[in-house]
Ligand binder design. Sequence first.
Ligand code: HMH
Length: 221
Amino acid sequence: EGDGGTAAAWMATHRGMYERATRHPFTVSIRDGSVDLAAFKRWLGQDYMFVREFVAFLASVLLKCCKESDSSDMETILGGLASLSDELSWFKKEAAKWSVDLAGISPLSSTPSVPKFLQSLDDPEISYSVAITTFWIIETVYQDSFAFCIEEGNKTPAELGTCQRWGSPEFKQYCQSLQRIADRCLANAPHDVVVVKRAEEAFLGVLELEIGFWDMSSSQS
Ligand code: HMH
């Protein structure tokens, strides 16, 4: 943030939406300790399904990277895939701890638009710049949301402490590398107004998706 790139500029321009995604009542309730455990478990199961879709999406980003980018981006994205692999193990462990039956969860039942959104970005027609911007903001919403849960003054219940995986300084650094990649791609594409416009639309699409995801988690079943 604050390095004068396009990514930071969009976060500023769309501040209201960004804050609705990163200071949502659901994650704020994790921070202040008032979180409803039924809602937490709902989130856990649905996010496990999300991450499975997200792996497929990220594989498509990696493929675009190999085809369209000649830089070291590949290693960052590969690191992202490795971190999703850890994340899946984390979800299984947490699900066992909270008695959430992952096998019995219908795929993103409350958020059918999620697979559609991610799959629409698999298309070979979608440029690497748009895909990497999407990836950056998806990770950043979680990073910012959960970093807030471990900031000074939090009352996050100890048993939810492992959500800190997204709030850690390492995860923040990783999101910052993604932001630098997105900024570089967007700066190289100014001649291509359509690409930058598509990337901004994807940025906003992700914020909407994330807000909807938190809403789904906090709504009564
Ligand atoms: C909905 N957005 C959602 N789930 C996640 N696990 C992330 C972002 C970050 O990986």
